[in-house]
Design a protein around this ligand. Structure first.
Ligand SMILES: NC(=O)c1ccc[n+]([C@@H]2O[C@H](COP(=O)([O-])OP(=O)(O)OC[C@H]3O[C@@H](n4cnc5c(N)ncnc54)[C@H](OP(=O)(O)O)[C@@H]3O)[C@@H](O)[C@H]2O)c1
Length: 182
């Protein structure tokens, strides 16, 4: 039977393959206005967003539906925010865990790196919305653990994804790519 949920990974990366210079460097500080419009479109379309504790705390929104990964806390910390340690779980468990609050048909994976890793390890990323900003960080938090600096598209291709569409968002050269697993 086909499953009744999908997970979309939405990510904005520097041209050299990083999602932030450091844990306290959120995209709002460096991503383009065009990226932010698409990002909030994804947020609005999602039933639940899934993220690590740092990403949650960097943009705390008490009213949003969130699943927050953490080894420190677990359980419903707010009426629509479930914290959990995913170690003993799989992505297929998440819809069941949140169903009593709101069904999870469209999950949005927001990162950071270890959250990307977890979904990739479980082969549970159904599509990727990748924005590449024309900036270079030189070093920072990678898209996936263990990755070297490099072209974000190549990083996703090596991780098992294929490009489905690409467009340029603005005069600065921000690129928006959609990918799916091969
Ligand atoms: N460019 C982008 O698209 C993008 C996307 C997301 C985030 N960011 C930015 O990246 C930075 C944060 O990223 P980050 O990688 O440092 O942190 P993060 O994933 O947001 O948070 C890391 C924390 O989340 C928990 N966690 C994550 N994965 C886990 C797992 N598999 N199992 C158990 N716990 C897990 C742990 O919390 P405990 O310490 O509580 O155990 C870990 O210390 C922020 O600046 C954020 O704004 C950028």
């Amino acid at each position: 039977m086909p499953r009744s949920w999908t997970f979309t990974l939405t990510v904005v990366a520097s041209r050299d393959g990083f999602i932030a210079r450091a844990p306290d460097h959120p995209p709002q500080g460096w991503a383009s206005a065009e990226e932010q419009v698409l990002f909030f479109r994804d947020i609005e379309a999602a039933d639940w967003a899934i993220m690590g504790r740092h990403t949650h705390q960097a943009a705390d929104r008490p009213e949003r539906r969130r699943i927050v990964f953490s080894r420190r806390l677990s359980g419903w910390q707010r009426p629509t925010q479930l914290w959990l340690d995913p170690e003993a779980l799989t992505p297929a468990d998440l819809p069941r865990l949140v169903a009593r609050v709101h069904p999870l048909a469209h999950g949005l994976v927001l990162g950071g790196t270890a959250v990307h890793d977890w979904f990739l390890r479980h082969r549970a990323i159904d599509r990727v919305h990748l924005t590449i900003e024309p900036v270079e960080f030189g070093s920072g938090l990678p898209i996936f653990s263990g990755q070297q600096a490099g072209d974000p598209l190549e990083i996703f291709i090596r991780a098992g994804f294929a490009l489905r569409s690409e467009r340029v968002l603005n005069a600065a050269g921000t690129r928006y790519l959609q990918l799916e697993p091969v």
